[in-house]
Design a protein around this ligand. Structure first.
Ligand code: FES
Length: 164
């Protein structure tokens, strides 16, 4: 469970979000647009931000929460600096993607969908990344790694540790 957002420390972000809402108040699809903008500003959509949107748009919190959790593009957890996406498409799965995922999970001490304590990595599973010939495949940010073997994982992660 993520710890709560420090509302006071994020005051500027709330002001920015409020200005955005005021600028689009009369347009359609207000909730979706606002959630997108809020995620851009805060990086994720913690409950404090959802409550703010609920009040500003005069929409029940249950509805804001429902939409936030329904769409996978929205996240209620903070994301790490580097996003790891392990392909679990058929070709990758057959070639051992689950072992890659297990190794990452063990190395980073997180489950799929979680972010490491130091906020450096978020581990996710993805659909086919379109390079099945390289199976099993993962992406870290924009970098593609193919023909993976679990034993290479620590070395790959170390590159991003160095970058901080
Ligand atoms: S199944 Fe993994 S890249 Fe296509």
């Amino acid at each position: 469970m993520a710890k709560g957002l420090d509302v006071r420390a994020n005051e500027k972000n709330f002001i920015e979000l409020k200005e955005y809402i005021d600028s689009i108040r009369h347009s359609q699809g207000l909730l979706m647009q606002t959630l997108h903008k809020a995620q851009e500003i805060f990086g994720y959509l913690p409950i404090e931000v959802q409550k703010f949107i609920s009040t500003e748009l005069d929409i029940p919190l249950s509805e804001v929460y429902g939409v936030t959790t329904f769409y996978t593009q929205f996240s209620t957890e903070p994301k790490g600096k580097h996003k790891i996406g392990v392909c679990l498409g058929t070709a990758c799965y057959v070639k051992g993607a689950q072992q890659i995922l297990d190794k990452l999970s063990k190395e980073l001490k997180v489950e799929v969908g979680q972010t490491t304590k130091d906020n450096l990595f978020t581990l996710e599973a993805t659909r086919c990344l379109g390079c099945c010939g390289l199976a099993p495949v993962m992406m870290i940010d924009q970098d593609v790694y193919g023909k993976l073997d679990p034993k290479n994982i620590p070395e790959i992660l170390a590159k991003y540790n160095d970058r901080g």
